[in-house]
Design a protein around this ligand. Structure first.
Ligand SMILES: Nc1ncnc2c1ncn2[C@@H]1O[C@H](COP(=O)(O)OP(=O)(O)OP(=O)(O)O)[C@@H](O)[C@H]1O
Ligand SMILES: [Mg+2]
Length: 390
């Protein structure tokens, strides 16, 4: 197979070219030689040349000028200048200007010429490999940017869609609720037991839809950073007592004990009252929902070393498997039998809790023994809000 021509040698002396050709061919380089600088340019254009070696003193053009021209037309080719000692200053200049990669004195020392050609070829290959890598990474970057823009657009569209649809659903839903309430109140005449039963089912489902729409709207706002926290210094103990009171009726109905065991040294902390009530309500209602025996206790603890308060909602309910812990805080995640039909939820509560607690600069997690009970914890920083997510 004919060898690929990688090295071009330009010199006005035929015997030099002959010697160079023999030497480099023996080293299995593909070499082409010429005494004519114009022909040299043609050969560079027509062959996969990696290295151009040129003599300095030639009748038509000096080597440095020729190599400068090569650099302009074929910037990747690695250029070597051949010359006598007398031209050292010219060579030094050319090297410093980046026009020449190496300078070899004539008469050359064979190992030195061979090593220089070898290094020049390696240099060429390295630059090409780098270029290929760079181009590939540029292409990837462009693809990623396009994809990112597309995803961002889709995310924005989905957000806009979610909030528009939720708003649009709310209005007709309130009129349905109002109409059902009026009929149930007897405004349209007396109702028999069956009619009352069906209307009450309709009302329950309207309430459930309302809750779902509100949750979706809340989560969309929280995730997009459009829900600003209204921070005030508040008595967390009082807030917990309030949430416990609201849920006492449900607890009694299930025969469960619901109580708060609050530490005495809890300072007032900056928090958004409505949002923290939302977190506590979801955690307490979850605890009651997934407990059939025993009860639910809300505990607080001051973690002074960490500058934060920890709230725990402990139940003696069904418990959660360790492998499910990370799933719980994702949207629409419900475990095992906790599907909508059985427990009436949609799996958004904990996702909302995570957003709200994180926005307060706190953390939320669960500890649980399957079959024995769970404790959901969240923390709130005592000093100021350290908002993690915009
Ligand atoms: N205290 C708990 N004990 C056992 N499992 C729980 C407990 N709290 C939450 N879970 C599990 O985590 C799931 C997600 O809870 P999350 O509050 O996000 O949704 P949900 O209560 O099902 O519905 P939603 O809160 O939207 O009305 C629940 O469906 C349930 O499987
Ligand atoms: Mg819930």
């Amino acid at each position: 197979m004919p060898k690929e021509i990688n090295v071009l040698f330009l010199d006005d002396e035929e015997n030099i070219l002959f010697a160079a050709e023999r030497l480099l061919m023996a080293e299995s380089y593909g070499v082409v030689t010429t005494t004519d600088p114009d022909k040299a340019m043609e050969l560079i254009a027509g062959n996969p040349i990696k290295v151009v070696v040129s003599d300095q003193r030639m009748p038509k053009i000096v080597g440095v000028a020729f190599l400068r021209k090569v650099k302009e037309v074929f910037p990747d080719k690695v250029r070597i200048l051949l010359s006598g000692y007398v031209d050292f200053v010219t060579a030094e200049e050319a090297i410093n200007l980046g026009e020449v990669y190496r300078f070899i004195t004539k008469p050359w020392k064979t190992p030195f010429l061979k090593a220089s050609i070898q290094h020049a070829i390696e240099q060429y290959d390295m630059v090409q490999a780098n270029r290929l890598l760079f181009e590939a990474s540029e292409r990837k970057n462009t693809q990623l940017e396009v994809l990112n823009t597309k995803l961002q657009g889709m995310y924005e569209a989905q957000k806009a869609f979610t909030s528009t649809v939720s708003h649009e659903l709310r209005t007709p839903l309130s009129s349905i609720k109002m109409a059902v309430d009026m009929v149930m109140a007897g405004t349209a005449g007396d109702l028999n037991q069956n009619q009352k039963k069906f209307l009450s089912m309709a009302k329950d489902n309207v309430d459930r839809l309302n809750r779902l729409i509100n949750d979706i709207l809340d989560l969309t706002k929280l995730e997009s950073g459009r829900m600003l926290l209204k921070l005030e210094h508040a008595d967390l103990g009082g807030i917990i007592q309030g949430v416990v009171e609201i849920h006492t009726a449900v607890a009694l109905e299930k025969g469960l004990i619901l109580k708060a065991e609050l530490a005495e040294n809890i300072p007032v902390v900056p928090l958004d009252k409505d949002r923290i009530i939302q977190v506590l309500s979801n955690l307490v209602s979850n605890a009651l929902k997934f407990t059939d025996k025993g009860g639910v206790t809300v505990v607080t603890e001051l973690l002074a070393d960490k500058d934060e308060i920890r709230v725990g909602i402990r139940d003696t309910g069904i418990g959660i498997l360790k492998e499910d812990f990370s799933k719980l805080f994702q949207k629409f995640q419900q475990l095992g039998d906790a599907g909508e039909c059985k427990t009436g939820g949609t799996g958004l509560g904990l996702a909302i809790c995570l957003e709200i607690v994180t926005r307060h600069g706190g953390r939320i997690w669960v500890e649980s023994i399957y079959g024995k009970g769970s404790c959901f914890y969240f923390t709130l920083p005592i000093h100021g809000k350290r908002e993690v997510k915009a």
